[in-house]
Design a protein around this ligand. Structure first.
Ligand code: PHB
Length: 390
């Protein structure tokens, strides 16, 4: 399905912007089915809102072609190929799963097509497998989880049991947490990886956590798996005895109300919460709430900022694959999550990380920010960034 979004018709001549390109064709590659379908839909909503809100700053017309990855790496690879070769898109936006990002990386790099990553945190895509064509406007798996290891150890937590789905994101998030938690004197007393997209009953793993002697449990789950995990954790009676921590996707505003009371008191870290008190976030929350009737999640802001980054790139006159790739790497702005910039050494985003607790609020569950941790660039992790010639 194609959807044309016309931005700022007629404004181009009155603004001091370089000559507008005829139009930019965007391939939106997201899961619209499978365990991360709601994440894909949320990123798309944020992306369209960003185009509407910032489109007036450029004279460019955007045409969007959307494709469903189904959260399946081989399907996603076929869809990426179609967008690149058949639709001849100028830029791709999206990708939710680290596994899918790993699968399409070589095709994107080999075809020299810029990709704005709007979710997938795969550390390698901005590490050893980095590419001047891959720019991340979301987060990296290490970036979100490293600060939480140190923070929890500082809070006096000594023994932790970890759980995550068995695929790249789960492994990388838990590794990053483990590294800083143990460096700060903590001990991992047990670790399990659950079959991704296949685990319905977390009971056996929860029994292991209970018997492990841990003071707390630290997990990564997202989407449908996060909803069932948090509910089962509570109904298993573990919450009172073993506090639950994790990366903030666990209790995303996108599905926290489906978790209900089970999510109350869970403490997590993330690069965004709709309760961030800033002018840019206020504008975003108001616009998103007006459109959807609910607060935006981290997935929404990633789509919104991906659109803004694309618009910033076109404002420099970039209008083809190579010039867009170069311009995207230089984007920086003050957005809903705070000041963000792209690290030229890796093309990963640099942004603050927030620790938040899910608490009962007036209109349902909400996010109480406990700490804002400083923005840090990821380690280069073997990235050797090659230049792009325009
Ligand atoms: C990932 O696979 O990188 C991933 C998926 C869902 C999230 C976060 C990371 O919420």
């Amino acid at each position: 399905m194609k959807r044309a979004i016309l931005a700022a018709l007629g404004l181009a001549t009155s603004l001091a912007v370089p000559a507008a390109a005829e139009g930019i064709k965007v391939g939106l590659l997201l899961p619209f089915s499978g365990v991360y379908a709601s994440l894909g839909n949320e990123i798309e909503t944020g992306f369209n809102l960003g185009l509407e809100q910032f489109g007036a700053e450029t004279g460019v017309t955007f045409e969007v072609v959307r494709e469903d990855t189904e959260v399946k790496p081989p399907v996603a690879l076929g869809k990426a190929k179609k967008l690149i070769l058949q639709d001849q898109v100028d830029v791709m936006v999206g990708i939710v799963s680290s596994g899918v990002l790993g699968a399409v990386r070589d095709m994107v790099h080999g075809a020299s097509v810029p990709l704005i990553v709007a979710n997938a945190g795969n550390d390698e895509a901005t590490g050893a497998s980095c590419s001047p064509f891959i720019t991340r406007m979301s987060f990296s798996n290490g970036q979100i989880n490293r600060p939480m290891g140190t923070w929890m150890a500082e809070k006096g937590i000594k023994k932790v049991f970890t759980l995550a789905p068995d695929y790249a994101a789960g492994r990388q998030m838990i590794d990053a947490f483990t590294e800083t938690f143990t460096a700060a004197g903590g001990e991992i007393v047990g670790q399990e990886f659950t079959p991704f997209q296949k685990t319905q009953d977390f009971g056996p793993y929860l029994a292991q956590a209970k018997a492990s002697g841990a003071d707390a449990v630290y997990v990564f789950y997202a989407g449908g798996e996060a909803i069932s995990f948090v509910k089962q954790y509570d109904s298993f009676g573990l919450k009172a005895e073993l506090p639950l921590y994790g990366s903030g996707f666990l209790t995303s505003p996108l599905y926290v109300n489906a978790q209900g009371e089970a999510a109350e008191g869970v403490i997590t870290a993330l690069h965004y919460a709709p309760t961030i008190d800033s002018e840019a976030n206020g504008v975003f929350v108001a616009a998103f709430t007006e459109e959807t009737g609910r607060a935006p999640s981290e997935f929404a802001v990633q789509g919104y900022d991906a659109a803004r980054a694309l618009i910033e790139a076109t404002k420099t006159g970039a209008n083809d694959r190579a010039s867009l790739a170069n311009a995207l790497r230089q984007v920086s702005f003050d957005g809903p999550r705070g000041k963000l910039a792209i690290d030229p050494a890796t093309n990963n985003i640099i942004q603050p990380v927030y620790v938040y607790e899910t608490v009962a609020g007036e209109g349902g569950l909400t996010q109480k920010i406990l700490a804002q941790l400083p923005a840090e660039a990821d380690p280069v992790n073997g990235c050797e960034m090659a230049p792009v010639s325009n």
